[in-house]
Design a protein around this ligand. Structure first.
Ligand SMILES: NC(=O)C1=CN([C@@H]2O[C@H](COP(=O)(O)OP(=O)(O)OC[C@H]3O[C@@H](n4cnc5c(N)ncnc54)[C@H](O)[C@@H]3O)[C@@H](O)[C@H]2O)[C@@H](O)CC1
Ligand SMILES: [K+]
Length: 533
């Protein structure tokens, strides 16, 4: 089993915490002797250097700061002081009378230095850059009054905004906007990733997110996690470690995994092709594809590498049943769903009853959602199951955790635990939840992937990887490992295509085609940057 605490070289840069956990970490650091003011200097110094590097003074000479009453405001004032000394012209909007002592001290010193303060937020509209030090972890209630009005106006402008720790107004655990929030172009998250920043709903406010590490010691982190596996960001290292590489030099096609894909209908023939292309790109040894008989010849002509079986079909052209004397044990992993339509529900039932590791997607999920007790059905399976819903499919399948949980990713985690399954909740930042409570997020993705068919490619890819991983052992975490590798690989490919062809240039067939090239580039980069001992 992969333990994030053990197998990631730089654990602190991928772990994700709640506000309460971060506050517990900070309390330990301070209790053990680190002065609060010293940590603020260290962190704000790093933020100032990041800003000077990305927003040089010659192009961004006038910098405005939103300064709140707590230590987020204190950070902003330290950044303002450093930028002032480097020749930036600073303008501070400081709408609070009551502030924390350290923040008040920094304010006094800036006044002594002659930095300009204003009560009129509109003045910030004329700046070249804004620094948002309104609120961070300490936000407890919705923003109101003058502050809310000011932020609303600033959001209508086009000035780049760097938020410190969190965009002010964003709830740090759920990513919800409390009243109004600063719409940042960049967020510099301090120390450890905050859960709220990884939620899809937060993305329009967060902009590009960067971690500013401040050397959080593991001894301070571990008690705050209370022995629970914390959510983690997917890293290249974590994904690459889970790929079926290197391949055995004496591998043959039957030792490189046999994947079965049950997909397609007369209405959605392309879904079967795209899922199969994703599976073939994974390097799987053998791919068998079950499609409605009327699609068989077309599919064979498009996918000469796959073994294609034509199944009897319904009047609407959906798969009616698997062939007689069907032998499940020929296959290491089964994927079922892309393009099936819900007319193929009886096939989905049969697949769920099989003893094979299963990837259930699209209409596989929709058919399951129509059963009485989907969770119980999944929990009763004897082999591991991976579900790959987008939000709409998830909501239909698991309405209860969806409504009750504070965020979609927590709902995914609860559903995975209850259904004894692994789950990829697909979105702008896909979340991967495992039955043992592990939760992963993939922050490095691209809106280029928001295209029909991109999910089918992912289903094929994850299935092909899982079939290869199954050669070592069929374990509870096999599908989790395949999901981590596939989500990362799929997203990196979307990013690479977007970089060359814009976010508009990534149709799903192109995505499938580029998967091998992008993996090779990623592996080269990872090897080039690996530490030499
Ligand atoms: N403690 C640490 O280890 C570090 C903290 N740092 C910074 O400190 C921040 C946390 O500081 P704080 O705990 O002071 O929290 P904040 O700076 O986020 O603000 C909390 C203050 O705002 C008030 N407040 C909350 N919601 C409000 C609302 N809607 N309207 C008006 N006032 C409201 C609270 O009563 C409190 O006084 C972090 O986000 C980070 O930016 C950094 O200096 C680095 C180190
Ligand atoms: K902030």
């Amino acid at each position: 089993m992969h333990s994030p605490l053990r197998d990631q070289p730089d654990f602190a840069s991928s772990v994700i915490v709640t506000a309460q956990q971060m506050q517990a970490v900070e309390a330990t650091i301070f209790a053990e002797g680190m002065p609060v003011a010293a940590l603020m200097e260290k962190v704000a110094g790093k933020v100032a250097r990041w800003i000077m590097q990305h927003f040089p003074r010659d192009r961004f000479p006038l910098v405005g700061c939103i300064v709140g009453p707590g230590h987020n405001g204190g950070d902003a004032l330290v950044v303002a002081r450093e930028l002032h000394h480097r020749g930036y012209q600073m303008l501070i909007w400081y709408p609070f009378a009551q502030v924390k002592e350290l923040t008040a001290q920094h304010k006094a010193y800036l006044e002594y230095l002659g930095v300009r303060f204003t009560q009129a937020s509109e003045e910030l509209n004329f700046c070249d850059l804004l620094i948002d030090g309104g609120f961070g972890l300490g936000l407890t209630r919705p923003l109101t009054g003058e502050l809310a009005t000011g932020i609303r106006t600033l959001n209508t402008g086009t000035v780049p905004v760097v938020s410190i720790d969190l965009p002010s107004g964003l709830e740090s655990n759920t990513g919800e906007v409390l009243g109004v929030a600063v719409q940042a172009t960049h967020t510099l998250c301090l120390g450890l990733w905050k859960l709220g920043l990884l939620q899809d709903r937060a993305q329009p406010w967060v902009g590009q997110c960067h971690l500013i590490p401040f050397d959080v010691p593991l001894t301070a982190l571990q008690p705050a996690l209370q022995d629970q596996p914390p959510p983690c960001c997917l890293t290249a290292a974590a994904a690459i470690a889970r790929l079926p590489l290197p391949r055995s030099p004496i591998a043959h096609k039957y030792t490189a995994g046999h994947a079965l894909l049950i997909a397609g209908s007369r209405q959605y023939a392309g879904a079967a092709l795209l899922a199969a292309q994703g599976a073939l790109a994974s390097g799987v040894g053998m791919l068998t594809l079950v499609v409605p008989e009327s699609l068989r010849l077309m599919v064979v002509s498009q996918l000469p590498e796959a073994l294609v079986i034509g199944a009897t079909e319904t009047a609407q052209g959906a798969i009616a049943a698997l062939p007689d004397d069907w032998e499940w044990d020929r296959y290491d992993v089964v994927a079922c769903g892309p393009g099936l339509t819900i007319d193929a529900a009886s096939v989905v039932k049969a697949v769920l009853q099989s003893d094979r590791p299963l990837v259930l997607d699209a209409d596989g999920l929709n058919s399951l959602a129509q059963e009485d007790d989907p969770k119980g059905r999944l929990a009763a399976r004897t082999a591991p199951t991976l579900l790959t819903p987008h939000v709409g499919e998830f909501r239909r399948l698991f309405p209860q955790p969806w409504q009750a949980a504070a965020s979609p990713s927590l709902a995914a985690s609860q559903a995975a635990i209850a259904a004894h399954s692994t789950l990829i909740l697909k979105g702008a930042i896909s979340a991967i939840a495992h039955a043992d409570g592990q939760l992963w997020f993939n922050p490095d993705s691209s809106a280029a992937l928001a295209r029909g068919g991109s999910g089918d490619v992912l289903t094929g890819l994850v299935t092909g990887l899982a079939a290869q991983l199954a050669q070592t052992a069929v374990t509870d975490t096999m599908l989790l490992d395949a999901a981590i590798a596939a989500v990362w690989w799929h997203a990196q490919t979307g990013r690479a295509i977007a970089a060359q062809q814009t976010e508009l240039g990534c149709p799903a067939s192109e995505l499938a085609k580029q998967l091998p090239r992008v993996l090779a580039e990623q592996l080269q980069t990872a090897n080039a940057t690996a530490p030499v001992w």
